[in-house]
Design a protein around this ligand. Structure first.
Ligand SMILES: [Zn+2]
Ligand SMILES: [Zn+2]
Length: 384
């Protein structure tokens, strides 16, 4: 049997699954050498045995990946011929440590104590309003279905907040390189470097002194999120604003109706509940005004393609009217995975990740080359 036609098995001694196995006849050999040819026909029974272990291994890896603590990468069954390369960690082992530097596997800004307290306050205040509305429903002053709907919006707002805080907002890698398609659009545009990070600085990115990283399409550093808002978590930030706006308008409507129109005995609350409800009214009024202004701010940024920092800079330089930036396409914020995913705080799937981020990396470019090679060979073999 020709070496090229030999089936492939995983070399468990190497411990890492990296490249796709396409139709059992081709492997893209990883630097770790994860796959190797089978040496003889006698290995068929051994292969079956190993296949069971490989399947078990892949299932375990999948479980670990969804738990977010895997040191391995996963081969899924998507793509041409049922195999598709999926890599969330740029061919680097994922680690469970927390921080905002490149080696940290879980993104979280730890350098800003005030931001950490403010982010916790958001959770406390939204939780407080949900508990108060639930108590008011217990007395019969508010219909229980309305309070359940309110708590659902609070849960969505908190989930969006958590995703905004713990998602990498688009930190520029140390090995960042310009994206060829963007360069070709404007070949004469100068390339810039960040003097702090000593890396390539994509257009629209800014260096955040709190996160100590350059952030792609950085809008601003939000202390209420304890994180930057950039290309990577813009969707989650918008969802948080919208759900918090809905929560505050909802509670104002509920409490306002109760105060002005409800005349039954159910609407007479205890002294403690009255105090709790008064604070919720105050809180919701402030949240409504703040989120309304932030939604207008974000909408302006999306429609003009100019983020908050860029807008302030252009206003200071008096060049805002001369800017020719394009609006940000909604698919570059919410992804292309279907409209139903737009309203849920899950990570967006971008059509062209490098274009959205404004930079590529050596690992990603290599992966693209390998993908193109495999796809072209797949179609060449299927045409024979
Ligand atoms: Zn920087
Ligand atoms: Zn930041």
């Amino acid at each position: 049997m020709n070496d090229e036609m030999k089936p492939l098995v995983r070399d468990d001694s190497n411990g890492r699954t990296r490249r796709r196995v396409n139709g059992g006849t081709e492997t893209l050999q990883s630097s770790a050498g994860a796959y190797k040819p089978v040496n003889s026909q006698n290995d068929v029974s051994k292969m079956k045995h190993q296949k069971f272990h490989v399947n078990a291994f892949n299932n375990c890896v999948t479980c670990l990946r969804y738990c977010g603590c895997s040191n391995y990468e996963m081969i899924s069954q998507e793509g041409p011929d049922g195999d598709y390369y999926r890599d969330d960690f740029n061919d680097q082992p994922h680690s469970c440590n927390i921080g905002s530097s490149e080696e940290n596997g879980i993104w979280m800004n730890q350098s800003d104590t005030a931001g950490t307290i403010m982010a916790l306050m958001v959770w406390f205040l939204i939780g407080y309003s949900a508990v108060t509305i639930t108590f008011l429903a217990e007395t019969g002053g508010i219909h229980s279905s309305l309070s359940m709907l309110y708590v659902t919006f609070c849960a969505l707002a908190l989930a969006s907040h958590a995703k905004t805080q713990f998602t990498d907002p688009g930190s520029v890698s140390a090995s960042a390189q310009p994206v060829e398609s963007i360069r070709l659009m404007n070949p004469d545009a100068p390339l810039s470097m960040c003097s702090q990070c000593q890396t390539f600085k994509p257009k629209f990115s800014h260096h955040c002194r709190i996160c100590n990283r350059c952030i792609s399409r950085m809008d601003h550093h939000c202390p209420w999120m304890n994180n930057c808002v950039g290309a990577g978590n813009f969707k989650h930030f918008i969802l948080f604003l919208v759900y918090t706006w809905i929560c505050s308008a909802f509670s104002l409507g509920l409490l306002g109706w109760n105060y002005f129109f409800c005349v039954s005995e159910d609407c007479i609350f205890s002294v403690v509940l009255v105090q709790l409800a008064r604070f919720v009214t105050l809180l919701s009024s402030g949240a409504f005004l703040f989120t309304s202004s932030m939604i207008m701010n974000v909408t302006y940024g999306v429609m003009t393609g100019i983020g908050t920092i860029d807008r302030l800079k252009k206003k200071a330089n008096n060049t805002i009217l001369n800017s020719d930036e394009e609006p940000i396409p909604l698919r570059d914020i919410f992804g292309i995975a279907g409209y139903h995913t737009w309203v849920v705080p899950i990570d967006p799937v971008f059509e062209d990740y490098d274009r959205v981020m404004g930079f590529s990396t050596a690992q990603r470019l290599l992966r693209e080359q390998m993908k193109e090679k495999t796809i072209s060979e797949h179609y060449a073999s299927s045409n024979v």
